[in-house]
Design a protein around this ligand. Structure first.
Ligand code: PMP
Length: 409
């Protein structure tokens, strides 16, 4: 029989351990800066008003049933998701060089992409290495390891400037073997909040083109980062314009607040060529087989909500307004935190707090400082000094700034 006795205890996921410690803390001052989900100014989860409306519409539909979706998901959802990420006027769409598969949110999209590459992205019979930014979203490591794709890293964060280590990144991409897979965060890099500038993206693309590298975009924050859907997808638009063959993992967790509904999409885009649409059809056929064996077909409700919004002009406009509310609050908290620290004269520079973008910020706090914040001030963040800006609000930003000031001195 299966010797389950030999199964070792796995370590706890550090983020879940952090959440547990926060819950157990009885201090009224406690601050949760570990969370990876948006909170409103009262520290509560926020159901987007447009999502509430879509929910109403769906619930009042007497025809609504709970049948299976097709293997590739809800077509009215994947079609709009594709237009959203590539831009509706993208030649990739009109030339039928894109295939899209609905997935279990962004995680499922990264997984399906990794599985597809593990099966088909072979050079001299072996899988090409995937290069992940250092640091990156921790799950990237696990997902690619699980499908047997070797992992390497490229430098990303410059500890001095708390910005992009652009020279280090370029050097590693230039030195990597040709046709390596390069995982890129489309916007609002997790965990650092540091994104390349448009000019830097052009250089990255040029370098990747010269080395024939394969771009794998992970896009978990479109519209949530800047409040502007176009702007947050600009890097992807540029790479597609440049004619790259690439893949995209797209999450609707953050930008729709549909975290637990698991709405996401995986896209394959072929390079422009006379047989691009046939290549795309073959890729679609293989993705369908992988999807079938993994999940049969994707979950329906989150996709229905997103589809309802994406297919209705008025609801779409309202969604953009909701995105501006979320991203605007986060940007305001960045400004407030930086201003408080500068007012207090906290040692160090704090411009990186407002230079960084999206849900997370790499503060530059050391592990010892992070632990001190937890033990003495009931402030919870990951050991690498990452804070979730969504955990800050007008009631606790002052308290947090003062606590940082004390542990930094
Ligand atoms: N990629 C990155 C970089 C992320 O930050 C996240 C969310 N934490 C995801 C993918 C996927 O999240 P989800 O599966 O909830 O869409």
């Amino acid at each position: 029989s299966f010797p389950a006795e030999a199964v070792p205890q796995a370590p706890e996921d550090p983020l879940f351990g952090l959440m547990r410690a926060y819950r157990a803390d009885e201090s009224p001052d406690k601050v949760d800066l570990g969370i990876g989900a948006y909170r409103d100014n009262t520290a509560k989860p926020w159901v987007l008003p447009v999502v509430k409306k879509a929910d109403e519409i769906l619930r009042n539909d007497p025809e609504l049933n709970h049948e299976y979706l097709p293997i590739a998901g809800l077509a009215s959802f994947t079609t709009k998701a594709c237009e959203l990420i590539l831009g509706g006027a993208s030649p990739a769409i009109s030339e039928k060089r894109v295939t899209s598969v609905q997935t279990i949110s962004g995680t499922g999209a990264v997984h399906l992409g990794a599985l597809f590459l593990a099966r088909f992205y072979k050079i001299h019979g072996a899988n090409r290495t995937v290069y992940l930014s250092n640091p990156t979203w921790a799950n990237h490591n696990q997902i690619f390891t699980n499908v047997g794709i070797p992992i390497a890293t490229y430098p990303y964060f410059d500890k001095q400037t708390k910005g992009l280590d652009f020279e280090g990144m370029k050097k590693t991409l230039a030195d990597a073997p040709e046709r390596s897979i390069i995982l890129l965060h489309a916007c609002a890099h997790n965990p650092t909040g540091v994104d390349p500038t448009p000019e830097q993206w052009r250089e990255i693309a040029g370098l990747m083109r010269a080395k024939k590298h394969f771009p794998f975009f992970d896009c978990a924050y479109q519209g949530f980062a800047s409040g502007d859907l176009e702007r947050d997808a600009a890097a992807i638009h540029y790479f597609v314009e440049q004619g790259f063959e690439l893949v995209i993992a797209q999450s609707f967790a953050k930008n729709f607040g549909l975290y637990g509904e698991r709405a996401g999409c995986f896209h394959f885009v072929a390079s422009p060529s006379s047989d691009a649409s046939e290549i795309t059809t073959r890729v679609a056929s293989q993705l369908a087989i992988l999807q079938r064996s993994e999940i049969s077909n994707p979950p329906i409700y989150g996709a229905r909500i997103a589809s309802t919004v994406l297919n209705d002009k008025a609801l779409f406009a309202e969604w953009q307004e909701n995105l501006r509310t979320m991203s605007g609050r986060i940007i305001d908290m960045r400004k407030a935190l930086r201003a408080r620290l500068e007012e207090l004269g906290t040692p160090g520079t704090w411009n990186h707090i407002t230079d960084q973008i999206g849900m997370f910020s790499f503060t530059g706090l050391s592990e010892a400082q992070v632990m001190k914040l937890r033990e003495e001030f009931h402030v919870y963040m990951t050991k690498n000094g990452r804070i979730s800006m969504a955990g800050l609000n007008t009631r606790n930003v002052d308290y947090f700034a003062k606590a940082v000031d004390k542990v930094v001195r």
